[in-house]
Design a protein around this ligand. Sequence first.
Ligand code: NAD
Length: 487
Amino acid sequence: MEITEASVRQLVEQVLTSLDGKILRAATGVEPSGGAAGPAVSGVGAGRGVFPDIDAAITAARSAHEELMARTLETRRQMVAAMRQAVQKNLERLADLAVQEAGMGRRQDKVLKNKVAGEMTPGVEDLKPVTFSDDHGLTLVERAPYGVVGSITPSTNPTETIISNAIGMIAAGNSVVFNPHPSAKGVSVFTIDLLNQAIASAGGPANLLCTVAEPTIQSAQRLFEHPEIDLLVVTGGPGVVRAAMKSTKKVIAAGPGNPPCVVDETANLVKAGRDIVNGTGFDNNIVCIDEKEILVVDSIADALKGELVKNGAFELNRSQVDAVTKLVIADAGKPGHEGAPNKEFVGKDPYLIARAIGVEVPRETRILLCEVDGEHPLVWTEQLMPVIPLVRCRDADAAIDLAVACEHGFRHTAVMHSRNIEKLSRMAKVMNCSLFVKNGSAYNGLGFGGAGFTSWTIASPTGDGMTRATTFTRERRCALIDYFRIV
Ligand code: NAD
């Protein structure tokens, strides 16, 4: 389906018609044609999860959680299955709305991201009870919900984060109040409504997923302090992580990254070239785990560049690199300073970024490759766009040392292409990251094209790593003294 303003309007209109009009119109900022007024705001609390203010959303989520506690684990399983199905049926619509509203990324990659979030996020099966049995009796350890989770979600993966968090948090027995990024509020409301409808169809409570029609920084901050919020889960950049960590509540924080990709002289360069373009170009590089800089051993740098170009990279010359740097960096990153990109170009297509500096490149170009030195701001700033620096390094150890430094201690994600197990092991150890991918694209570490489950909230600052249902639970123990052994 071609994405036009009219087609997106039509999709949003469907949402507005099927939901409580006034609030959703406010949330999406789109007037349905004819400007017909929707039902009254008072109808909004009737189970669809969208509220005029954050306090009302929290109150509804509290009641929903109490209702959920009266349901069986089997009902929870059915709710999760229904959520997965609803995502599967709406993959293209979710991708279209996200691209159109937030104005970032690639539609086909968003379809894949949503599919993976719907299918590969662990559900109720993740909550494994543990027993201890000895002469003193039997002890049972189970995973209990926190209650009401406050979840802050980013503009870069709006739907994937809501889908994945909703599945994991509800599987764990919680209800959730989402505060989405304001620039993705329409598609976030759409996703929350879709999932609430699925939950209802499986016999789950209304308002298990709640949100506010007009999310703001203030409504996010209200979650940080509201007495009825039991757990905070924050997915975003450095500012929101710092703000959330000041809360006295338990916080699970998924923060920024700047994933380095080291390539040494033992790597399979044909595979590395393909994997790096696929990884750095994935959703126009807005995913936190996407490779953000290539650090390559000098002796094979030219050969690797050849492979990158074969796979869709376009190399900029020196003056073009200078021009693009001026364009895309708002605050230059350097040692001890993470910097910031120019938001106007975050997640934009390479040809549009190139055009903005007066360079015409083929539309199908996946990344703009920029050879720079190790001190360059492109290396030290999380750009979140397909402008990828490449640095020549003396040897694998020099590349690994630069990787550790320019990752700023985020301990988020790193990648290495090598067949030298000593160097692979050294990098794995010294990076000390939540995610380390050997000989693949960084996204393979999220479970697609690699083994394991998926998550779109990778909590490096608080050490939770790839979050999952178990992460959103409290451990509880019950001991029966002297009895119930069967041997
Ligand atoms: P952002 O930090 O601008 O916004 C994220 C969310 O935090 C939004 O909902 C925003 O409204 C809210 N927010 C921002 N500042 C706040 C404050 N001071 N108080 C309360 N709420 C605040 O990030 P973004 O541009 O939407 O997303 C990109 C960033 O998020 C990148 O740095 C990326 O690496 C990171 N990210 C990390 C993960 C992960 O799993 N670790 C996943 C996705 C994105």
